[in-house]
Ligand binder design. Structure first.
Ligand code: HEC
Length: 126
């Protein structure tokens, strides 16, 4: 009983600090599963290859529509966005609201924890 109590205390501490460095790997692993489910149909995980969508290697912090040899929509080219965390969150919540006229099919990942996991995972793509 005492052990159970202790481990649930530890679990609460882990949940209360989702951005602690120790949790980053776990979040990225959860993000990989979400990415496989929602994104790999169009975005290759294979190095820097473009697929139906542009490569997302190095996407965190880069300007939108900046991958060479990928045919972006006019809307994306004119967006003037940088893929910081805030914009990535808006993009996966409702990409068509952020960039009306984008060629990417609509995605709507509205769960805050799922968004955190996905963004953690995207950070690992270097
Ligand atoms: C049906 C195919 C498809 C799916 C599924 C898809 N994407 Fe995309 N994605 C695209 C296309 C096509 C573009 C280019 C859009 C444009 O030019 O308007 C794009 C663009 C992007 C960009 C901008 C990249 C840049 O270089 O500016 C990001 C970030 C992105 N997608 C993330 C994701 C994430 C994360 C998921 C999963 C939640 C996802 N996409 C699911 C097709 C897809």
């Amino acid at each position: 009983m005492k052990t159970m109590l202790l481990s649930s205390v530890a679990l609460c501490a882990a949940l209360a600090a989702p951005f602690a460095a120790a949790d980053e790997a776990g979040m990225a692993a959860a993000g990989l599963q979400l990415f496989k489910h929602h994104c790999t149909a169009c975005h290759s995980l294979d190095t820097s290859e473009n697929a139906f969508g542009p490569s997302l290697v190095g996407v965190v912090g880069r300007p939108a529509a900046s991958v060479p040899r990928f045919a972006y929509s006019q809307a994306m080219q004119a967006s003037g966005l940088t893929w910081n965390e805030d914009n990535l969150r808006k993009w996966i919540t409702d990409n068509e609201a952020l960039v009306p006229g984008t060629r990417m099919r609509h995605v709507a990942i509205t769960d805050k924890a799922e968004q955190d996991y996905l963004i953690s995972f995207l950070r690992t793509l270097k």
